[in-house]
Design a binder for this molecule. Sequence first.
Ligand code: F3S
Length: 396
Amino acid sequence: MYLTSEEEKMYQGQYGPAVQKSMEILVALGDIYQAEKMVEITSAQISGVSYKTIGDAGLEFLEEMAQSARVRVPSTLNPAGVDLDHWQELGFSKEFTKRQLRIVAAYQKMGITTTCTCTPYLASNLPILGSHIAWSESSAVCYANSVIGARTNREGGPGALSAAICGRTPLYGYHLESGRKASTVVEVKTELKGADFGALGYLVGKEVGGGVPYFQMINKPGPNDLKSLGASLASSGSVALYHVQDITPEYHLAMRGLEVGDVELMTVEESDIREVREKLSSSPRKPDLICLGCPHASLDEVGEVASLLNGKNLDNDLWVCTSILVKAAADRMGYTDAIEKAGGKVVTDTCMVVAPIEELDYQVIGVNSAKAAIYVPSMCGLEVVYDDLENLLYFK
Ligand code: F3S
């Protein structure tokens, strides 16, 4: 793989052991994927933050890296295992939180912004069309490639951290024009709303695996619908990029140069969506905790919850997961107050999957995210109900 003289210096250890180790990781990745060279990046988003997922080995690795490593490009963190400010009132243990705070401190020492969110594009880390970036949260990767039109592979935590430290990533896959072509045309023959978008993503992700779906839809999805669609495409399959005809920025390039027979065809009917929605629920019981914000809620999603709750009293616990930046705006808009008055909480920095919610006293979690419906049973060992927001809320 070709390295510039600056990259060669990193590789040879002239910038210290942390940079050297990072460049070694990038070169190894480049060799595996047959990248010819590196490309400079403008942004990084790093997963591997929750103590629940990385444990003591991850914590020790990060503390060692933080001795000397510093990032070269604006970089943000994925969600952590607790709300960094309100962990105690949510019931998380001191022991877990102590280790979690050490992980976040190590990242911060490396110069990474500790916004701890999977929707960095709503919280100060917003790349521009065509820019090369190294992101690792799969739903954010899908959003960045598809809705923003930036270019990233599905990085692992160490790959994204190495890219942030070196300011480069190997040039292959979704960084190249050739990696961004459609592989399957998906004709959606029914109008979608709410949790239907997650169900569609689940269905198509399972079918296309790591392919690039090209959707033809009756309705025009908004940013929150696309966020939800991408998250489930990336969870049931390993989709990193999709196109929506007439909506996403590169849809007109997705088919260019392709021959008949280069793409598969798939049709989705109303009955397919209904079937997936039923399948994604693992319990018929009333949820005792509703968790919204997977991926982390946008300000208008928090506002929608606030208006549904206004003046009412919840009969189940409720977390609306989001970033600290969106919460600050929600506080000012009075949304947080309305949600808290009804008995819910606006939770920052974490989510229902990467937090140790299995240690709290809940059995059934209500979600409107297909990604959460996939991961809560496997990562937390709890049952889920998957439905539209309005159907999940119970009032006294
Ligand atoms: Fe984000 Fe957690 Fe869902 S990291 S995408 S809210 S599983």
